[in-house]
Ligand binder design. Structure first.
Ligand code: F6R
Length: 617
């Protein structure tokens, strides 16, 4: 939620900031803004409601000079999206400008106190309180910006990543973080970049420093980078990480949308995800994070998976996989519910935090809670170096590359793939998976990239045509069972979030307990009816829909004749072992949602009200 960019060096800061805002737009696009200090010492702040494009338009004839600046793209939490609530926020003294990602929980108390000291607030945001507080501390204590930020971080409660500049010190940015991400890029000759994730930095330098919770950084053009603990005077050691991400991965590569690019990338991303983890004879699986913690997994009394949204759907598939292959009971919890539910967590529990971004606030809080109660905490994430992998005892990455489209696609299949490998490995360690089963499933897992490519080759055009038929439906039902009940939930979520059509995912057999009342000619049902152990039952469910005049789009196993005769439209996917079927059924569901959304003229990559990385509660 919200993206921060900062720059200090020799280039024109504006160019770096705007390009960085474009890269971070997936984190929020309600408004954006920049603050730069020019060579004459003027602090120029420009803000605009809407996307970064609107800001660019607004700044066309403005003074954009200066080699230091901060910028922000907003996902509104406090106060409606408008120019006034847009960041950067400026202090009453007009000396400081600040950008913030996160939420300040005690902003009302601070605001009241500052109001008594004569501060007047122009916006409705929690952020403005922070800049005024820093200003107040500087005025009353006569201290430096760094000392004031450090003092302010002791007074504010909540989540924040902030960057502040001071008009009287045009060679310095002060940054601080608590529970919201902040990465500092280190260039040549004391050139520095600052951002909520590494994507705005990677085109300038691959050397980054991840700021930790409770740290405050001084980024100075003369004296370089220094990081301190906010609560004492200790200077932290600086750990530079070299990133391997390439700039091509951040571009659309000829596709009209990131989402389509990311859907089509899946044969490669899943090959990358599996690479080096399944032996060439498919007889063994290697996940070092699991192997190094062998005893924890072997002796696990229970596995709890916490996640949100699409990752929660992948977690539900993970439950089937782990229970089937490891015979360990698994509970899947919405992270937001888990963290406030007084959960019973025991020492023998393993908690898996599943998250594409590795920054989801609820998932992070849920894992911290489980950790504090003695659970072994394992992360499965995509973004390297993000907060969740750094907070867990161990984990593994899904390695599917940057996911920019707000709707998760390749991360979902990457998560399911890692969960499948983890289930096979732990199952083998516990003696619950035979050599033969491991080889059969691992062999099929290795075939998944080719099978997905086959689905693209045969079905892409067909799904594009099918989407035209259903573009104007107002409601959709997605039905599935067993391994593919979560797939139905995920299919419905994909459609909802990018097309704004109401859709419900449902276990097919549950439909007759109420939902069937909704079915009529205007309510299409997408039914996952592949040849699994409940195939015949799903066929009956389709008959129940058809008997009420409902239209059925069925996803079936290649060669199926029974469902093909019943359903209105059929999408055939190749046969594969049942536990891996969600990896294939996901593909037509993603494409269907995508083409319907495009037909409706929706902003597929940045759907309304959403953001990619949910770092607020
Ligand atoms: C939907 C989507 C979201 C995320 C959710 C969790 O397409 O992307 O539902 O899955 O916000 O995000 P992560 O996986 O980053 O924790």
């Amino acid at each position: 939620m919200c993206g921060i960019v900062g720059y200090l060096g020799q280039r024109r800061a504006y160019d770096v900031l705007i390009q960085g805002l474009h890269r971070l737009e997936y984190r929020g696009y309600d408004s954006s803004g920049v603050a730069m200090i020019n060579a004459s010492g003027d602090l120029n702040i420009y803000k605009s409601k809407g996307k970064v494009e609107a800001l660019e338009h607004f700044t066309q004839s403005k003074d954009l000079d200066g080699c230091i600046g901060i910028a922000h793209t907003r996902w509104a939490t406090h106060g409606e999206p408008n120019d006034i609530n847009a960041h950067p926020h400026v202090s009453q003294s007009q000396m400081l400008a600040l950008v913030h990602n996160g939420t300040i929980e005690n902003y009302n108390v601070l605001k009241e106190a500052l109001t008594l000291h004569g501060y007047k607030f122009v916006s409705e945001t929690d952020t403005e309180v922070v800049v005024q507080l820093i200003d107040y501390i500087m005025q009353t204590n006569g201290c430096s910006l760094f000392d004031a930020v450090r003092e302010a971080t002791r007074q504010i409660v909540g989540a924040y990543a902030i960057a502040v500049i001071d008009k009287s010190k045009p060679d310095e940015i002060i940054a601080a973080r608590q529970s919201s991400p902040l990465v500092i890029g280190v260039g040549e000759n004391n050139e520095y970049f600052l951002a909520s994730d590494a994507t705005p930095i990677i085109e300038y330098t691959n050397k980054v420093v991840y700021l930790n919770d409770g740290e405050v950084a001084i980024i100075n053009h003369q004296t370089g980078l220094h990081i301190f603990d906010a609560h004492n005077t200790d200077e932290s050691e600086i750990h530079i990480t070299e990133l391997k991400m390439s700039i091509d991965e951040l571009e659309k590569g000829g596709y009209p949308h990131f989402m389509l690019k990311e859907i089509f990338e899946q044969p490669r991303t899943l090959a990358d995800c599996i690479s080096g983890r399944i032996s060439s004879d498919a007889k063994s699986v290697v996940l070092s994070g699991v192997i190094e913690n062998r005893e924890k997994f072997i002796n696990a009394q229970r596995i709890i998976i916490v996640a949100c949204g699409t990752s929660w759907h992948a977690a539900l598939i993970g439950k089937h996989l782990i229970e089937d292959f490891c015979r360990i009971p698994v509970v899947v919890e919405y992270a937001s519910e888990f963290r406030y539910s007084n959960p019973v967590v025991n020492k023998g529990d393993v908690l898996i935090a599943l998250s594409q971004s590795g920054e989801t606030a609820d998932t992070l809080a849920a894992l911290e809670l489980a950790k504090s109660q003695g659970a072994f905490v394992f992360g499965i994430c995509n973004v390297i170096g993000s907060s969740i992998p750094r907070a867990t005892h161990s984990g593994c990455y899904i390695h599917v590359g940057p996911e920019i489209g707000v709707a998760s696609t390749k991360a979902f299949t990457g998560q399911v793939t890692v969960l499948a490998m983890l289930a096979l490995l732990v199952g083998q360690m516990r003696g619950k998976v035979s050599e033969e089963t491991l080889e059969t499933v691992a062999t099929d897992l290795r075939r998944v990239p080719t099978l997905i490519q086959d689905i693209f080759d045969r079905l892409n055009g067909k799904i594009e045509d099918l989407a035209k038929i259903f573009t104007y439906a107002h409601n959709f039902l997605y039905l599935g069972r067993g391994y593919n009940y979560p797939s139905a939930l995920e299919g419905a979520l994909k459609l909802k979030e990018i097309s704004y059509i109401h859709a419900e995912g449902y276990p097919a057999a549950e439909m007759k307990h109420g939902t069937i009342a909704l079915i009529d000619v205007d309510m299409p049902s997408v039914v996952i009816a592949i040849k699994d152990k409940v195939y015949e039952k799903t066929v009956s469910n389709i008959q129940q829909v058809k008997a009420r005049g409902g239209k059925v789009v069925a996803i079936v196993t290649e060669g199926d004749e029974v469902v093909s005769a019943l359903a209105d439209h059929v999408l055939e996917i190749p046969a594969i072992v049942e536990p891996l079927t969600p990896l294939l059924t996901a593909i037509p569901l993603q494409l269907l949602a995508y083409y319907i959304a495009v037909n409706k003229g929706r902003n597929v990559d940045q759907p309304r009200n959403l953001a990619k990385s949910v770092t607020v509660e």
